[in-house]
Design a protein around this ligand. Structure first.
Ligand SMILES: Nc1ncnc2c1ncn2[C@@H]1O[C@H](COP(=O)(O)OP(=O)(O)OP(=O)(O)O)[C@@H](O)[C@H]1O
Ligand SMILES: [Mg+2]
Length: 372
């Protein structure tokens, strides 16, 4: 087993004007499951391919344990990779597919047999070892691809969207299997996906990339509770966090007819930058629906922000209200989670205020998190 270090690793493709991956710095712990996530083109595969040795590193370094592997060929890195297109050899049996890399490496037959059988047992493939890939389901083929990586007993597993060929239901099952398998084997793993739900459910830690730049590396819980900037705030969580630009007033920020108190330091930090607004983030589950008149600024207007209900998504246990509100003279779409027994009518108006302590404050100008 081993740690993996990206030490300011940078990749500029020939002819490219800016790096596809720019000064990436991540330290993956021994046995850790680290997920790289971000939108298409953000540099996930490039990062993984640099670690695999399939892509040159233009500056910075990559280490596995205390070995500097920056300029080592892939075969000398002691890694095994599972790709999105895990193309099995159609004319070979499952057992031969799984053992192929070992055969090429000159491992003796008895040893190959032993390792393939062990892996098959772990992956529940024992009864399929003599079959050809075409006689397997999509999920079983995916497990054979995993088996190919496992039998090599590498120091590090690299996986690039290994579940994207599977249908939605199988993907959910398989992601649980991969995560628990990784925990059992304890092999350091770097896993790439564009799916933030996959990232949050599988990773010990999650690294979010955008435009080749690392935005945040954190546990799923911290990533959700304390996104480091507006990008992460909007990317992690489904439905996404509501982000509203609001004027700074004394003692807080104005939210419809209420003043919501937010961290004083945060507001001060924004004012110090010369910003006149901050961007407040509220997750859909962190609104209170107000019915009374308490806490209003003016006597006539009800408290909070008036939201007109456009669409309601009923999910049984709860529901999501997709509505619109006027914030600082601008039309704004909002998503609010409501209880399954309190679903409002389409066209009705809700008055909402963020729950105390559940607001996130970001600098409108730079996007950085201001609240702690
Ligand atoms: N061989 C290449 N030559 C030139 N540019 C490339 C090459 N491969 C990737 N790029 C560019 O580098 C950037 C990062 O690509 P990369 O494949 O790492 O993205 P990704 O995050 O894996 O995206 P996806 O989710 O779509 O797989 C993109 O802008 C892409 O166009
Ligand atoms: Mg990719």
């Amino acid at each position: 087993m081993a740690t993996v270090t990206f030490d300011k690793a940078t990749r500029i493709y020939p002819g490219g004007d800016k790096p596809a991956v720019d000064g990436l710095e991540i330290e993956v712990g021994d046995g850790e499951f680290l997920v790289l996530v971000g939108p298409s083109g953000c540099g996930k595969s490039t990062s993984l391919r640099m670690l695999a040795g399939l892509e040159d590193v233009n500056s910075g370094a990559i280490r596995i344990g205390d070995r500097d592997v920056t300029h080592l060929p892939p075969k000398d890195r002691d890694i095994a990779m599972v790709f999105q297109n895990y193309a099995l050899y159609p004319h070979m049996t499952v057992a031969d597919n799984m053992g192929f890399a070992l055969k090429i490496a000159g491992v003796n037959k008895a040893e190959i047999r032993k390792r393939v059988e062990e892996a098959a047992k772990i992956l529940d493939l024992t009864e399929y070892l003599a079959r050809k890939p075409k006689a397997l389901s999509g999920g079983q083929r995916q497990r054979v691809a995993m088996g190919r990586a496992i039998v090599r007993e590498p120091q590090v597993f690299l996986m690039d969207e290994p579940l994207s060929n599977l249908d939605a239901k199988l993907r959910v099952q398989t992601r649980t299997q991969i995560a628990s398998l990784q925990r059992r084997l304890g092999v350091t793993t770097v896993y790439v996906t564009h799916d933030q739900v996959e990232a949050m459910t599988m990773g010990d830690r999650v690294a979010v990339l955008k435009d080749g730049l690392l935005q945040q590396v954190d546990s799923p819980r911290n990533m959700y509770d304390k996104p480091a900037n507006l990008f992460v705030a909007g990317f992690i969580g489904s439905p996404a966090m509501n982000l509203v630009e609001v004027p700074i007033t004394d003692g807080g920020v104005k939210f419809g007819n209420s003043v919501v108190s937010v961290a004083r330091d945060a507001v001060q930090a924004a004012a110090d930058k010369g910003d006149r607004t901050v961007t407040v983030g509220v997750r859909p589950e962190h609104f209170d629906i107000v019915t009374g008149e308490s806490g209003t600024l003016s006597k006539d207007a009800p408290a909070g922000l008036a939201v007109t209900v456009n669409v309601v998504e009923e999910l049984g246990a709860d529901g999501y209200v997709y509505g619109s509100a006027e914030v600082s003279g601008e039309h704004k779409d909002l998503v609010i989670r409501v209880g399954g027994r309190q679903i409002p009518e389409k066209g009705s108006v809700l008055h909402v205020v963020p729950k105390a302590g559940e607001t996130h404050v970001f600098a409108t100008s730079t996007g950085e998190r201001l609240s702690d």
